[in-house]
Design a protein around this ligand. Structure first.
Ligand SMILES: [Fe+2]
Length: 395
């Protein structure tokens, strides 16, 4: 058995209504002056009162900064740090989707590391722990509340770049499904499929181990049984609870086992074509999994079972193929585009996309089956719709 580390948020608070505990948790951290990091859409929903009231009841002073933008560039961080440094904030509370949480995580370390944020890009470049954070997701998808990376767009070369450091983990993550009840169907679908990709990719990743396997399979089960319900009846609290827990579990598994080629091939679509992260992942998932499945038929058969597919009497290969089909069907059922054409990519873009994806070694090295630029190009071509896709790809 190889040596591995398992890291997550110091404390997880989960369940419907759990946001009411934020004041108590902030007091345990000896916080006195809190800055809430969020975006304007969240602020307009009125959801923030559920965060602010318990903090104020606990006697804490709270300010809000709502300048987070989707798929944030580094400039977004630089603009926000000038507004919060030197003001004596001793707790940062991130409220929102992955962008708001990633921004809160990185602002926390920017306050204690006197460096240009671009110099923190890469693995474990952060020297000092940050100001304590509490992270409150309002979508079920990114798992950002339990991962120790944060992704930003470099607008100079239109490439997504990641800061990876254990210091990005929060002191507390509060995952309250009630906060997700008003998320619109398209966002529920894209973020939910992103969570499913986290679970499937981390379960089949090279770095997966016994600890992450059980967590990932439970995430696959919860998300598969409830994503359609959450998309088509957003007020279904039971479905939202499954999605919130599924997303959290998928995030814990992703945070420790990592993800692979789906994310590697999705990133260039976000940078160049502004395809939302969850949509890009969901669109590519069946094509990459069709390629990957032959590398680990047993695990893909387990994915099919966790998704509720009946695999009785099927060969291992047929059961693995059933997983790929079920993932494609779920993505289609929740309204995600099923070809690159539909998201604005043209055939002439594919070579550049493949070149770019092939450079993301951090993810490709964790994929269960090796890929070179040639294989990546073929997967993009299949996803574009120009090549017929075989049942399970062996070439
Ligand atoms: Fe993701």
């Amino acid at each position: 058995m190889t040596i591995s580390y398992f890291r997550t948020a110091e404390t997880l608070v989960t369940g419907s209504g759990s946001i009411s505990k934020i004041g108590e948790e902030a007091k345990k951290l000896n916080a006195k002056k809190v800055i809430i990091i969020t975006d304007k859409v969240i602020r307009q929903t009125g959801l923030l009162s559920k965060v602010i009231n318990p903090l104020e009841e606990a006697g804490l002073a709270t300010d809000i900064i709502d300048d987070v933008v989707p798929e944030p560039p580094f400039e977004n961080l630089e603009q926000m740090i000038t507004q919060i440094e030197g003001k004596g904030y001793d707790l940062l509370v991130g409220v929102g989707g992955g962008s708001a949480l990633d921004i809160a995580k990185v602002l926390s370390i920017m306050l204690t590391n006197n460096e240009d944020v671009r110099d923190l890009v890469g693995i474990e470049k952060v020297k000092n722990p940050g100001v304590p954070t509490i992270l409150v997701p309002t979508t079920s998808g990114t798992g950002s509340e339990v991962t120790y990376n944060a992704i930003f767009t470099d607008i100079r070369d239109k490439v997504k770049k990641g800061i990876v450091s254990p210091y990005l983990l929060p002191k507390v993550a509060i995952v309250d499904p009630e906060l997700t009840l008003t998320v619109p169907p398209a966002v529920t679908a894209a973020t939910g499929m992103d969570a499913l990709v986290h679970a499937v990719e981390s379960y089949t990743a090279i770095r997966a181990d016994e600890l992450t396997d059980g967590i990932a399979l439970q995430a696959i089960k919860l998300i598969s049984r409830s994503l359609r319900k959450a998309v088509y009846n957003g007020k279904d609290l039971k479905a939202r609870e499954d999605m919130a827990m599924g997303s959290l579990l998928a995030g814990i598994s992703l945070g420790n086992a990592g993800v692979g080629a789906v994310h590697a091939l999705a990133y260039p679509l976000g940078g160049k074509f502004k395809v939302p992260h969850g949509v890009a992942n969901s669109l590519l998932l069946p094509f990459v999994m069709k390629y990957n499945a032959v590398a680990d038929l047993e695990k893909f058969a387990e994915v099919a079972k966790a998704m509720g597919e009946n695999v009785d009497g099927l060969s291992l290969r047929e059961a693995a193929d059933r997983a790929v089909q079920a993932l494609a069907q779920l993505s289609k059922d929740v309204g995600i585009p099923s070809s690159l054409k539909e998201v604005g990519v043209t055939a002439s873009d594919i070579s550049d996309l493949a070149e770019e994806a092939s450079k993301i070694d951090r993810l490709l090295n964790n994929n269960p089956r090796w890929l070179t630029v040639k294989e990546i190009k073929k997967i993009y071509e299949e996803a574009y719709g120009s090549v017929e896709v075989p049942a399970l790809a062996t070439t």
